[in-house]
Design a protein around this ligand. Sequence first.
Ligand SMILES: [Zn+2]
Length: 243
Amino acid sequence: MFSSDELQRYNRQIIIEEWGIKGQEKLANSRVFIAGGGGLASPVAMYLAAAGVGTITICDNDIVDISNLNRQIIHNEKRIGLNKADSAYATLSSINHHVNIHIIKEKIKAGNAATLTGNSDIIIDCLDNFPSRHDLNKASVKLSIPLIHGGVSGFSGQVSLLVPPETACLSCFLPSKTDRKKIPIYGATVGVIGSLQATEAIKFILGIPTPLKGKILFWDGMAMKFDSFKLKKKAGCKVCGKK
Ligand SMILES: [Zn+2]
């Protein structure tokens, strides 16, 4: 049961035909794990908190640096030097006090990924490094928890909804590492890609079928074009292939 305050707060989305009060209840009962507390996590976490997702876990062991502020809008000048999960907590709890916000100040690794993500309904990849992404993917496949991958560079980005064991996994198509030490990035790019990730998470929780399942969507902000491709399971994939 929602309070009258909540019914007012969520009114404009509850009146969406595919959403309704039932959809709002599904959101209130859902648990979302957000890996990373930076650029992609900013729009993802803020939109999901505003929409009324019941439990949001945000995991980051990094601290807020001045060079983050061009894109990581969940943080601000006063939070420089603070842990990113702590800073995200302060922002999210000021957006919507009805949401349970859990913070984890750890780096995602092979040894902790499955434990950290284990009780979530969906995992959102808002990470900035390939090794942690692959550890997160292994947990997603092991636990059969859907993963919404996002990645950005400059004026372009990509998003994908991976649903193990039905679809390809991240390891089927993402390289194991990148040679680039510093990826160029501008704020609204993570805004676009993070907003798409949040949209896919909401649709997944509401049970609305999505054409992005098992596909990857590329956004080219220079040409202002979207393209999508089906992701094939890699034969002999070390993560999702038959043992
Ligand atoms: Zn795979």
